[in-house]
Design a protein around this ligand. Sequence first.
Ligand code: RP5
Length: 162
Amino acid sequence: MKKVGIIMGSDSDLPVIRKATDQLKALDIPFEVHVYSAHRTPAEARDFALNARTRGFGVIIAAAGMAAHLAGAIAAGTTLPVIGIPCTGPCLEGLDALLSTVQMPTGIPVATVAVNGGANAALLAAQILAVEDAALAAKLDGKRAADAAAVLEKDAGIAERL
Ligand code: RP5
């Protein structure tokens, strides 16, 4: 199976990344994690993007806060699908990172998930890999069914909580 590459702009983004790695572990998807910054270590971020396909990655998740150019910078160096996670910073509640991540120019797409949306980033990465992987697709179907069952269980018990 292709690996998921996970890049975070700072180790302060780790709580968001952990939400992604928890999902990938549950689905037995291999991943590799790095701290590379579009601004502080641009050469390393660029090098990762340029070599990701030949190194066996199928999709890349990039998480950053504030002036969050990381996902776009990674996307500029590869035609692998790139999923951007805008992270909350010290001010503006992540709106700064959301706009920086989502507003990509035509030709260099970044699939942007919600602010701090680590879990959905991983699930979207899994769905991309599952296009060519029937066993992984079946696992995702099973997760959807389990999630739906959990909601229906809450529905059955909601009246008693009022
Ligand atoms: C971004 O700046 C990082 O992704 C992080 O979200 C934010 C703050 O970084 P630190 O100052 O905590 O290292 O590049």
